[in-house]
Write a protein of this length. Structure first.
Length: 215
C-alpha cells in the first residue's frame, strides 16, 4: 500500500499537448520558421520550457532569438486552458486515491502555470498547497530527485511506500533517483521515450488513469 502518490502534470494528469504545441509553433511563426507537428513537439516536453524552446528551434535548424523563451512563456500563458483537459476519470481517481494516501504534484512546468491549470480544471482541491512543486521552485528540475525527496519528507513517507506517476523517462529517472516505484502512463505524450526493457521489477505501466486504483 502506498502512503504517498506523486504525480507529474503534463501527459499524466492533463492532456496539454495541443496548447503547448500551438504555443511553440506560434513562437516559430514570429521568427518566420515553419511549424512542427503536434506529436513531434509533444515528444520534446518534459525538461522544462527553456529546453522545449531550444528543441523546437533545433528541430528546424534555426538559432532562437535571445527572447525566445520569454515569447513562449508569454504566448503559452494566455492559452493554458484553451484545449487542455484532464485525462478521462482523473478526478474520480484522485478522489479515491486521496482517501488512501497523500497526493502531490511534481512537475518541471513553472509553478504559476501549474497552479492555474490545476485551479482551472478543478483539480487543485486534491492537493495540499505545499504539495505542489514546479520547475522554478527551490529544488532542481526532474530527473533530480530532490523535489521528490522533499515531498516524501513532508508526508512522512518512505521510498518503499511512495509511487511516482508520470509519462516520460524523466519521471522514471526521478523515481529511480528517489528509490521509489514508478507508474508510467502509456497514454501520455512522453511515453514514446521510455525503454520498457529498462524498467525495474517494482515499476508498472498503465493504459488509463483508472488503472491506478488497482495498484
Amino acid at each position: 500500500m502506498f502512503s504517498l502518490i506523486v504525480f507529474d502534470l503534463d501527459g499524466t494528469l492533463v492532456d496539454s499537448r495541443r496548447d503547448i504545441a500551438e504555443s511553440a509553433n506560434l513562437v516559430l511563426e514570429t521568427c518566420d520558421v515553419a511549424p512542427l507537428p503536434e506529436d513531434a513537439i509533444g515528444g520534446m516536453v518534459g525538461d522544462g520550457a527553456a529546453t522545449l524552446v531550444a528543441r523546437v528551434f533545433a528541430a528546424r535548424e534555426h538559432v532562437p532569438p535571445p527572447d525566445a523563451l520569454q515569447r513562449f512563456l508569454d504566448i503559452y500563458g494566455t492559452r493554458l486552458l484553451k484545449h487542455t483537459r484532464p485525462y478521462p476519470q482523473v478526478a474520480e481517481v484522485l478522489s479515491a486515491l486521496g482517501e488512501r494516501a497523500s497526493l502531490a504534484v511534481l512537475t518541471n512546468k513553472p509553478l504559476e502555470a501549474t497552479r492555474s491549470i490545476l485551479d482551472g480544471l478543478d483539480l487543485a482541491r486534491y492537493f495540499a498547497h505545499d504539495a505542489v512543486l514546479g520547475g522554478d521552485g527551490p529544488f532542481p528540475r526532474k530527473p533530480d530527485a530532490s523535489g521528490l525527496q522533499h515531498l516524501m519528507s513532508r508526508a512522512g513517507a518512505s521510498p518503499s511506500s511512495t509511487l511516482m506517476v508520470g509519462d516520460s523517462v524523466i519521471d522514471w529517472r526521478t523515481a529511480c533517483g528517489g528509490a521509489t516505484a514508478a507508474c508510467l502512463a502509456r497514454y501520455g505524450f512522453g511515453f514514446a521515450g521510455i525503454r520498457l526493457d529498462e524498467l525495474r521489477p517494482i515499476d508498472r505501466v498503465i493504459d488509463a488513469p483508472i488503472e491506478l486504483l488497482g495498484l
